[in-house]
Ligand binder design. Structure first.
Ligand SMILES: Nc1ncnc2c1ncn2[C@@H]1O[C@H](COP(=O)(O)OP(=O)(O)OP(=O)(O)O)[C@@H](O)[C@H]1O
Ligand SMILES: O=P(O)(O)OC[C@H]1O[C@H](OP(=O)(O)OP(=O)(O)O)[C@H](O)[C@@H]1O
Length: 206
C-alpha cells in the first residue's frame, strides 16, 4: 500500500518536485501530470491542492502526509502533526510599508492575507491594530491608502522594492513543512517511516 501525500500547488509544488528528485525519487509522473490533480508515483499517490486545503485533507485523513508552508499552519492551526521543516519555501514575515508612513490618529491599520499571525504579533507587543484582510497583492494597500502598513511574506524583497515599500520590522523566518495525519502516523508507520526519514536525512544533509 502506498501513502497519499497532499502537495501545495504553485510555488511549493516545483520546489518539492526538485527536492524529491535530488533525493533519488522518480518525479517523472509529477512533471507529466498536466492538469491532473492526482498522480501515482513508484512510492506514493500525490494529490495537488491549495495550501489551506492540504491541511484539510491531512486533518481528515484523506492524505497521510502534506507539504505546506509554515505560514498556513500558523494562520489556520489545523489539527495535524507538524513533523519537520523542509529545505525550501524559505522566506520571512515582515511588517512593511511606505518609508514615509506615519500612523494617523487612532489604531494602526494593517493589510494582510494573515490576520491571525498579524494580530498575534502585534498583541505580543502590546499593540491593538485594525486588520484589513486581503487575498493577494497586499503591497497595493499602503500605496492606495487602504492601510498604513502590511504584514506579508518577503523572500527576495523585489516586490516591496519595486513598489517603493520597505521592511519596517522583521518578524520571523519560515519554510515549507511536512505534516502528517495523527492516526496515519500510528496505523501506517511502516510505510510512512521511509519517506519521512528520507525528508529528514535531506534536512540534516543541508
Ligand atoms: N515569495 C515567496 N518566497 C518563498 N515562499 C513563498 C513566497 N510566497 C509564498 N511562499 C510560500 O509558498 C506557499 C505557496 O505560495 P503560493 O504563492 O504558490 O500560493 P498562495 O500564497 O496560496 O497564492 P495563490 O492564491 O496564488 O495560490 C505559501 O504558503 C508560502 O509558504
Ligand atoms: O520578496 P519577494 O521575492 O518579492 O516575494 C514576496 C511576494 O511573494 C508573495 O506573493 P505571491 O507571489 O504569492 O503573490 P500574491 O500577492 O498573490 O500573494 C508575497 O505575498 C509577496 O508579495
Amino acid at each position: 500500500m502506498k501513502p497519499v501525500i497532499a502537495l501545495t500547488k504553485g510555488r511549493l509544488e516545483k520546489q518539492f518536485t526538485e527536492f524529491l528528485k535530488s533525493n533519488g525519487y522518480d518525479v517523472a509522473p509529477l512533471l507529466d501530470k498536466g492538469r491532473r490533480l492526482q498522480v501515482e508515483t513508484d512510492d506514493f499517490f500525490a494529490v495537488f491542492a491549495k495550501g489551506i486545503d492540504v491541511t484539510t485533507y491531512v486533518e481528515y485523513g484523506i492524505a497521510d502526509l502534506g507539504i505546506v508552508g509554515a505560514d498556513i499552519l500558523l494562520e489556520v492551526q489545523p489539527d495535524v502533526f507538524d513533523l519537520l521543516p523542509l529545505p525550501f519555501g524559505k522566506c520571512r514575515f515582515a511588517v512593511a510599508g511606505l518609508p514615509t508612513s506615519e500612523v494617523r490618529g487612532g489604531k494602526q491599520r494593517i493589510a494582510t492575507k494573515y490576520p491571525n499571525i498579524a494580530t498575534k504579533y502585534f498583541r505580543e507587543q502590546g499593540k491593538s491594530i485594525d486588520i484589513v484582510k486581503l487575498e493577494g497583492s497586499v503591497e497595493l494597500a499602503p500605496l492606495l491608502g487602504l492601510a498604513d502598513d502590511i504584514v506579508d511574506i518577503v523572500e527576495t524583497g523585489s516586490t516591496l522594492k519595486e513598489n517603493g515599500l520597505i521592511v519596517k520590522e522583521e518578524m520571523f523566518s519560515l519554510s515549507a513543512r511536512c505534516i502528517a495525519n495523527r492516526n496515519s502516523l500510528k496505523l501506517k508507520k511502516s510505510i510512512l517511516a521511509p519517506i519521512i526519514d528520507s525528508f529528514r536525512m535531506e534536512e540534516v544533509a543541508r
